[in-house]
Design a protein around this ligand. Structure first.
Ligand code: F6R
Length: 241
């Protein structure tokens, strides 16, 4: 694991975007694993800027998103699919047919999840996975638990995640209670992983991940310590608290 401590959110975003840029230039048909939420927004903004300046071409890039709420379609303003289009895909020259976000309205969910992992493999596997982390240590929507799913699965969201994410909905009652998420193995199979975290609310989980001496499914992010090419980019607030 490599830890990079940035001054602030903007520097964290720029460092992450520069790493993504380097990988896209190295492999124009790269398969990216992407996250939503507040953390990666600045990185997407920087990548859009590189595109606008003619420094990046997304025409051959393929993306797979980590997760989606069950019951929300891609037109729902709180869905992750909508978020990705608004925040990133609509501003670059990526082909929308090369962008995969789990379908929150899929009929046969178990079958659908299995096919999502198969599709990732069919496209050659994820070259670079971008992650944020929940205040409770979740990655994707893999919530702290006694056992975690290996592959893409349907999961129940914890009360704390529902509360934290209610800021993206009109009311807490509107937040779906279940989601589809890539599993731990779907994430760990990525050839390279970058995790970003900013703000002092993330400091306890970052501290426990970096300094902890035990891996535990009760802190899903700790499992990333087993990955052979894992970079953590944090701002000073997330590093020092
Ligand atoms: C989102 C995702 C989540 C977030 C995490 C942090 O696709 O997978 O694990 O990365 O909840 O969210 P923010 O960045 O909003 O603090």
């Amino acid at each position: 694991m490599e830890v990079i401590v940035a001054r602030d959110y903007d520097e964290m975003s720029k460092i992450a975007a520069d790493m993504v840029k380097k990988e896209i230039i190295k492999k124009p048909d790269i398969v990216l694993g992407l996250a939503t939420g507040s953390t990666p927004k600045g990185m997407y903004r920087e990548l859009i800027r590189y595109y606008d300046e003619g420094k990046l071409d997304f025409s051959s890039v393929i993306t797979f998103n980590l997760d989606e709420y069950i019951g929300l379609d891609k037109e729902h303003p709180s869905s992750y699919h909508y978020f990705m289009n608004e925040v990133f895909f609509n501003h670059i020259n990526i082909k929308l047919e090369n962008t995969y976000v789990p379908d929150g309205k899929a009929k046969n969910l178990d079958e659908y999840c299995k096919r999502y992992d198969e599709l990732i493999e069919k496209k050659g596997g994820i070259d670079l996975q971008i992650l944020g982390v929940g205040e409770n240590g979740h990655i994707g929507f893999n919530e702290p638990d006694e056992r975690l799913n290996m592959g893409t699965s349907v999961v129940e969201l914890t009360r704390s995640t529902i509360e934290v994410n209610s800021r993206f909905f009109k009311s807490i009652e509107e937040v779906p209670k279940t989601a589809i998420t890539m599993g731990i193995n779907s994430i760990m199979r990525a050839k390279k992983i970058i995790l970003m975290a900013n703000g002092k609310r993330k400091a306890p989980v970052i501290k426990e991940m970096i300094n902890g001496t035990k891996l535990t499914t009760q802190l899903p992010v700790s499992l990333l310590m087993l990955h052979h090419d894992f970079t953590v980019i944090v701002d000073e607030a997330a590093y020092n608290g």
